[in-house]
Design a protein around this ligand. Sequence first.
Ligand code: UGA
Length: 449
Amino acid sequence: MNLTMVGTGYVGLVSGTCFAEFGINVTCVDKDTGKIESLNKGQIPIFEPGLEDLVEKQVKAGRLRFTTDIADSIKEADAVFIAVGTPPRESDGHADLKYVHAAAKEIAELAEGYTVVVTKSTVPVGTAREVEKIVAQYKKPDSVIDVCSNPEFLREGAAVNDFMHPDRVVIGTDSMRAVEVLKEVYRPLYLNETPMVITTAETSEIIKYAANAFLATKITFINEIANLCEASGANVQHVAKAIGLDGRIGSKFLHAGPGYGGSCFPKDTLALTQTGKSLSVPQTIVEAVVEANKNRQVQMAERVITACGGSVKGMKIGVLGVAFKPNTDDVRDAPALVVIPTLQQAGAEVFAHDPAAQEAAEKHLKNVNWVKDPYDVSKEADALVIITEWNEYRALDMSQIADQMKVRRLVDMRNIYKPQDMRGLGFHYVSIGRPEVSPKGSAKLKQVS
Ligand code: UGA
């Protein structure tokens, strides 16, 4: 089979490479010349564990190539995937579909014979129908094009594995012929008995938003329960474990933290609320989630200030982690982008470390002292703040850190350390949804295991 992937962002590059691993000839197209030049030199523009090796392997096998020339591959393609960006419009938060529409027009003008055009980008309900209209308008008279929605559910940092082992594949189209082509594209997964949900394009589009909005809701829910735990002396980790053991609830995405970030949840929750408004069916739960998550990032900065006695003026604060989550260099909507400037505005000097996201964060943050060694952020610091739970922060020598800090104060926004261990090292330790401990505060500690 021959397949063209239009757009080499996160979803396009990972999906294209993994389809090549399935044995399909894949051409990845992007208008960004610099990006394609880098890819052709074997340089991967995103930080994604396992991707570089896979790209190299597939390019060597002759199944994967990169080009800026869309005309190059469309004629032979059995399926053309649209995986271009759908950023929120600044004016109203609606997903901006101009790149999707432009790609649909270009593909239609070039396609020959039978082609399936697949929307892989996260797009609001109704987009596949719009793409159908565009291709009908611009296609060659003797070509036949079916349109299909096939959303992607991969996570950054685990993208290759998620693509290869999905919980389900969703195919939304009215055309059985298109379904057969897509089943062939996903043949290795089909043979593995990965569930395939075959449905209409509208349903498929809503599935993607509903999945992300539900997960964002789950996180926001447990974050609010964490607040309740703090106010009442309970422990949110125990609450999450106990409710998660109920199969109807499930244990995943119940880690309380500084609020969700990244390129998907913030954008998709907002887009869903906008779709709800435009169809006169307000998505009030998701609206509340969007608001609560926005407030949470600000509250996290306030929590640091409170832990420092109400003012951070003139203090030196060390920050571990600026990426929105581990195993990525992505800082889009990362809590650190709110926490750090808020601390700076309150008069703190910030030292920061991140294993992968410094370069991306430098574009958004000013006057941060970046260090290469995570231990260096705590030297002479008045407080240490853990914002991202990178593995390398889980096993730090905390006694060394305690020794080199000016004041032993730790705000752990990911609950990666144990309160009693931190108390033992003389820390005033503040975490999420668990009682605060200080060297003297032993009464509260009894409730924490
Ligand atoms: C998310 C979804 O998980 C994917 O299924 C989906 O395909 C993707 O969006 C997308 O639409 O493209 P991603 O944004 O890469 O993936 O990251 P997640 O691992 O889902 O984490 C999102 C945010 O939630 C992070 O800020 C993370 O720290 C936070 N989170 C996650 C929590 O605070 N608690 C949790 O228990 C889980």
